[in-house]
Design a protein around this ligand. Structure first.
Ligand SMILES: [Zn+2]
Ligand SMILES: [Zn+2]
Length: 103
């Protein structure tokens, strides 16, 4: 259903029990994560959709040339913001959709 987000005020598709949109929820999540990292409460991140530096909490942007982020396993990365090194563990997951063919 289309609802008005309490944070950004935009009309977005939301679940009936939600009053903030996906974008705002995500932003809030990464903001809280960054605060936890900066306050020393946590020194790692896990199962995030984005790569977050465990030193400074900045989200790491990457492009198609950064092949490490698409490769299963452990990689050492340098933060684009604070330039410190951290370990990135990539878990690539696959999923499958199937559909009946019409002939
Ligand atoms: Zn919003
Ligand atoms: Zn950093």
């Amino acid at each position: 259903m289309l609802k008005t987000c309490k944070i950004c005020g935009k009309q977005r598709e939301m679940m009936s029990w939600e009053n903030t949109c996906f974008q705002c929820n995500e932003e809030k999540h990464y903001k809280e994560l960054k605060e936890e990292i900066l306050s020393g409460e946590t020194a790692s991140t896990s199962c995030e959709d984005k790569i977050v530096c465990p030193h400074c909490g900045e989200i790491q942007e990457y492009d198609a040339d950064d092949y490490e982020v698409y490769e299963d396993g452990d990689h050492v990365m340098q933060c684009h913001d604070c330039e410190k090194y951290f370990r990135l563990t990539v878990s690539v997951s696959y999923y499958y959709d199937t559909e009946i063919l019409n002939d």
